[in-house]
Design a protein. Structure first.
Length: 418
């Protein structure tokens, strides 16, 4: 699986350098900046998840991983909305197999059911609307509908938007995410947080391109923006009340996705750039933090924040990684996360000063819960009876370095122009 992933990565690198390849497949595949960045994100996260899971010997595990990579690459590549919907829904199948087949506890069945019900029920209205639109227009090509400038009714827009809000997810339709993360295996959590949540943001971007609204700043869109930001603030407060390390990282994902909703729905230059950079940075950050949670769990034997402390005294290298990733997650300079948050500030201010106040509160709370998480894990009195003899694989540390490289060294904004 590792060799196949590297080969696909090299093929994409070679083909992207040929202008003829882009022109010849333009009628089938997307070539926007957002799809390109998320495509690379998908392949690299799959690569990192493969490196961290090399001790898994079952062929079925790697078949599911391979199927997930194909689905994600196709989902970020096609430009027909029906094809996008097929791959969008197909991504649920490998993730469900990860949770049910390789989950940690019997509650994995309940977590899989939550994820299935939320995502499928949220997508059913969009399926009905697509059938109606195809019977009326006879075409579901994203670029064709965009060029024709077809206006849509508010109800149609909301029914299309609902599954993407569930997939991100925004606060209120988020209950499936912490359950899925807590029960998912390592690779499942890394891919779910790193890539699958970005399908919601990418789908919102395609929807905004495809359907030109009669009122760009309609009241309904403003309400959704406020809900996403207030939800991000509430999720940051929920982070401070979590006792499970993976659940805390999962709620931090909801915080970041609230800003993505604001950026995409604004459809401004600063907003779209902020959404893309935030999704890119959050993909690597959340994936790496779930890998850190797994390493800590294997070393200490529990994920409860109240049963292990003083990790710095025994495993200083792991504590160093915890410090780096908590700093990146709170958007400390010079990480790419900081650029995404800075771009979001003018977007929020131009829409409403109240949104800017909420956004600043989210940033402050983000610093708070990341410092709280680092302090609980690494400081305090050491509990000797919880230590295990687990020997970490060197490939896991290599995977952490691969996560780290784009966030601190890929600072040129030309990669994120949409």
């Amino acid at each position: 699986m590792f060799i196949i992933t590297v080969m696909v990565l090299l093929v994409l690198l070679i083909l992207s350098s040929f202008h003829y390849f882009q022109l010849s497949l333009d009628s089938v595949f997307m070539s926007s900046g957002m799809s390109g960045v998320l495509l690379w994100l998908s392949v690299l996260i799959i690569l990192c998840a493969s490196l961290a899971s090399l001790n898994e010997k079952k062929p079925k595990y790697w078949y599911v991983m391979w199927a997930m990579m194909i689905i994600l690459v196709m989902c970020f590549s096609v430009q027909n909305f029906i094809s996008f919907y097929i791959f969008f829904e197909s991504s649920l199948i490998p993730m469900l197999m990860f949770i049910i087949s390789w989950g940690y506890q019997p509650e994995r069945l309940q977590a899989g059911m939550y994820m299935l019900l939320y995502t499928v029920l949220g997508s059913m209205p969009m399926l009905l609307m697509m059938v109606m639109m195809y019977s009326y227009w006879g075409n579901m090509s994203i670029m064709t509908i965009k060029l024709l400038g077809m206006n849509s009714k508010m109800v149609i827009y909301l029914l299309f938007l609902l599954p993407f809000l569930v997939k991100l997810p925004v606060y209120g339709v988020h209950l499936w995410l912490p359950k899925a993360h807590v029960e998912a295996p390592l690779a499942g959590s890394m891919i779910l947080a790193g890539v699958l949540l970005k399908l919601g943001g990418y789908g919102m971007y395609l929807l905004e391109m495809m359907l030109s609204m009669e009122l760009a700043w309609s009241m309904v869109k403003l309400v959704i923006m406020y809900i996403s930001l207030w939800g991000g603030l509430l999720a940051s407060l929920m982070c401070l009340r979590q006792t499970d390390l993976k659940a805390m990282v999962a709620y931090s994902s909801i915080v970041h996705m609230g800003g993505v909703v604001l950026g995409i729905l604004s459809m401004s230059f600063w907003g779209l750039e902020s959404a893309l950079i935030t999704m890119f940075a959050h993909g690597y950050t959340s994936s790496a933090m779930f890998l850190m949670a797994f390493l800590t769990y294997q070393k200490v034997g529990t994920r409860s924040l109240y049963y292990f402390q003083g990790l710095l005294k025994v495993y200083p290298w792991i504590s160093l990684f915890w410090f780096l990733w908590c700093c990146i997650n709170m958007a400390a300079p010079p990480s790419v996360n900081l650029i995404g948050e800075l771009f979001l500030i003018p977007t929020a201010y131009l829409i409403s000063p109240i949104m800017l106040v909420i956004l600043v509160l989210i940033m402050i709370m983000s610093v708070g819960y990341n410092m709280y998480m680092y302090s609980l894990v690494n400081h305090g009195s050491l509990k000797q009876f919880k230590l295990t003899n687990f020997s970490s694989k060197s490939m896991m540390y290599i995977s952490l370095f691969i996560h780290l490289t784009p966030l601190w060294f890929l600072l040129s904004l030309e990669y994120f122009l949409i």
